[in-house]
Design a protein around this ligand. Structure first.
Ligand SMILES: [Zn+2]
Ligand SMILES: [Zn+2]
Length: 294
């Protein structure tokens, strides 16, 4: 199983950290995209994957930073030769969201379909399955389980557990400290977790008030807490993503998180891949092997 971060950012625009998205690749029949934040299709292409190859899209929740490029994904996949409907799994409300999105673009799409005369329009069909806490989905040898996380006032927010015979990866989605997620992530090979870096977000006139900060921090996991999450879940490795803000002092973050979690902490980057089968990490030209399993 390979886990690739496609976008490690948050709603703030950043050139190095695009909107939240990740890819779990378990080979043929099990290429799963998680969220589709801003820039996801460009990052997929950089990673060498087209929308034609995606077997399913899982949505953690319906916050705009996680779904803003959904229509772009649908259209670009069609232009890349996709001839299968899009399969989307998401929280309650996903069906309505998709219906409204497709309705909004209907006149443009009808004109485009009639004018472009492509061989198939199957890629423009969307099959939505709404998930609940504990929903299980199987793709090839991989089992996926939805875990309801705590992102109030957003209702119906999820993390996901991906398991094969020998590997387990867990993605937090957006959440504050969440005991259900910790339980579900027990002994995972990797926990990809969001982080809110409190000290890097001062009050700023015209931008954010003290109340803004208090409220935003209240539904995310602080840098001072995410190490505890990994430690309590006893995961082999903690990989951080969804950095708010996207620019921060890396050394300070590592030192804060490592106070509670003694295992490897990876500061995620767009297009960083963790290969659980080979036990290796790659990013740009860098490749690190963590040795072989016993
Ligand atoms: Zn969110
Ligand atoms: Zn988010």
């Amino acid at each position: 199983m390979k886990l690739t971060i496609l976008g490690s950012g948050c709603p703030s625009v950043d050139l190095e950290r695009h909107g939240p998205s990740a890819l779990i690749d378990c080979g043929k029949g099990a290429k799963i995209l998680i969220d589709c934040g801003s820039g996801v299709t460009q990052r997929l292409l950089e990673h060498g994957v087209t929308g034609k190859e995606i077997d399913a899209l899982l949505l953690t929740h319906l916050h705009s930073d996680h779904i803003v490029d959904l229509f772009q994904l649908i259209i670009s996949s069609w232009h890349q030769g996709r001839s299968q409907p899009q399969k989307i799994y998401g929280p309650r409300g996903t069906q309505v969201y998709v219906d409204q999105l497709m309705k909004l673009w209907k006149p443009e799409l009808e004109q485009r379909i009639a004018h472009e005369q492509r061989s198939s329009t199957k890629a423009l069909e969307v099959e939505v399955t709404e998930i609940e806490n504990g929903t299980e989905i199987k793709f090839g040898e991989m089992e996926i389980k939805a875990v309801e996380v705590m992102h109030e006032p957003v209702k119906h927010a999820f993390g996901f557990v991906f398991e094969t015979k020998n590997e387990k990866a867990v993605i937090s989605g957006d959440t504050k400290y969440c005991p259900t997620l910790i339980e579900a992530a027990k002994k995972a090979d990797v926990l990809l977790h969001e982080v809110f870096i409190h000290d890097e977000m001062p009050v700023s006139v015209g931008l954010r008030t003290a109340k803004t900060l208090e409220n935003v921090a209240s539904y995310h996991t602080l840098d001072s807490v995410v190490g505890k999450v990994a430690s309590e879940a006893k995961v082999r490795c903690l990989m951080l993503t969804h950095f708010a803000p996207p620019k921060f002092d890396r050394e300070k973050l590592l030192s804060t998180v490592s106070t509670d979690f003694k295992g490897p902490v990876l500061i995620g980057e767009d297009l960083m891949t963790l290969d659980l089968e080979r036990n290796s990490l790659s990013w740009k030209k860098m490749q690190i092997s963590f040795g072989t399993h016993d």
